[in-house]
Design a protein around this ligand. Structure first.
Ligand SMILES: Nc1ncnc2c1ncn2[C@@H]1O[C@H](COP(=O)(O)OP(=O)(O)OP(=O)(O)O)[C@@H](O)[C@H]1O
Length: 119
């Protein structure tokens, strides 16, 4: 793979696959819809309250982190379900740790919103 020649078409396809991943997340994952709604509300509030550039950076970081962990969580869940649907302690551990990562970033995003919009 490493010695393959550079191909613009393959690079464009990589972007297509990545956007497809985002589309799958938004269409199929209920949590992602809730996070999208929260992101839209935060962006709207940012414009309404005319927050500073620095505050926008925190809001964008929070949104990006939540979506990134949500996507990695979905990828891990999907791989786990492809491996087996039988009850396995290792699968439970992987899924719960991945879900925990989403929780950590969601709490971080809530704290950012609290600091930017309330305090
Ligand atoms: N194959 C498995 N073996 C053991 N535990 C599992 C397995 N699949 C899921 N679990 C556990 O069952 C619980 C629910 O799993 P599930 O995959 O439905 O996650 P979820 O977060 O409820 O799903 P979603 O993200 O789609 O809302 C979690 O604690 C998960 O770790």
């Amino acid at each position: 793979m490493k010695n393959k020649k550079f191909s613009l078409r393959e690079r464009v396809n990589s972007f297509k696959y990545a956007f497809n991943g985002l589309k799958i997340l938004l269409l199929e994952e209920h949590n992602a819809r809730i996070h999208s709604l929260a992101a839209i509300v935060a962006i709207a509030l940012g414009f309404i309250l005319k927050i500073s550039h620095r505050e926008w950076l925190w809001i964008m970081l929070a949104i990006a982190l939540v979506f990134t962990t949500e996507m990695i969580n979905t990828a891990i869940e999907t791989i786990c379900d492809e491996i087996t649907t039988e009850s396995r302690p290792g699968i439970k551990k992987a899924k719960d740790v991945a879900a925990g990562a989403v929780l950590v970033t969601a709490v971080f995003a809530l704290l950012v919103a609290l600091f930017v919009f309330v305090l």
